[in-house]
Write a protein that binds this ligand. Structure first.
Ligand code: DC
Length: 230
């Protein structure tokens, strides 16, 4: 990928990856892919076929064949699956849970690799996920591991659900967050891990605006040193 800048942002759920990445992608005109949405799209397909995690090869085939698009509309991003707008459906709790099962299947992870690696053609790209800096783009010029304490991440998630009008129990959100963290961290296939050369950004005591500025400050120098790339 000579010439283009690849920024990899990894970290657990609720660390602020989405809100931070949307902000810097728009600010620096980077082609952005939230790879969690890809896994969620496969999870949605699995659920629609009655649950396919017991048949990883069939699910991987569906993952390879799906037409997935992720594109900006103002400062939001819209996800479409085979032409259908699935942006909201992907956020459903049932999809979150299925996604963490789907993401543990090596055949599915392999099926999604080409899509991720080819994303954006020769444009500067920003991908967020769990294994971008370690597996998908180990050669990325800038790797960031965005994290926060599990208590803080659960608080943020509970607030987000409350704002959507849902009734939430913080202890339950915390428990689910811990469960997903454990699944993501302990699975054998591409576990969530900070790359050795990743810059660690702990957002526990940062506001969203502070997290966005911190990450923007890391991207600026990477964008203005194109001769060092390739
Ligand atoms: O970031 P998220 O909650 O939308 O991710 C959904 C699931 O997919 C989550 O269990 C982690 C998993 N995932 C992954 O294993 N690798 C990625 N690159 C992105 C997400």
């Amino acid at each position: 990928m000579p010439g283009r800048l690849v920024v990899a942002v990894d970290g657990p759920a609720g660390a602020g990856k989405g809100a931070v990445c949307r902000f810097v992608a728009v600010k620096f005109h980077l082609q952005y892919l939230e790879t969690g949405a890809l896994y969620r799209a496969v999870a949605l397909l699995s659920l629609r076929f009655g649950g396919l995690t017991e048949d990883p090869e069939r699910l991987a085939g569906l993952a390879r064949g799906m037409a997935f698009q992720y594109h900006p509309v103002k400062d939001r991003f819209i996800a479409t699956l085979d032409g259908e707008d699935v942006t909201l459906a992907l956020r459903d709790e049932s999809v979150s849970m299925e996604a963490s099962r789907v993401a543990a299947l090596p055949a599915v992870r392999k099926a999604l690799l080409d899509f991720q690696r080819g994303y954006g053609g020769d444009k500067n790209i920003l991908l967020d996920g769990r294994d971008i800096g370690t597996v998908v783009f180990p050669e990325a010029q800038l790797k960031i591991f965005l994290t926060a304490s599990v208590e803080e991440r659960a608080k943020r998630r509970a607030l987000e659900l409350q704002e959507r009008g849902e009734t939430v129990s913080l202890p339950r959100v915390l428990e689910e967050m811990r469960l997903r963290d454990t699944r993501d961290r302990e699975r054998a296939a591409s576990p969530m891990l900070a790359a050795e050369d990743a810059v660690l950004v702990d957002t526990t005591s940062m506001t969203l605006a502070e997290s966005q500025q911190r990450v923007a400050a890391l991207i600026t120098p990477a964008l203005i040193t194109p001769l060092m790339r390739g």
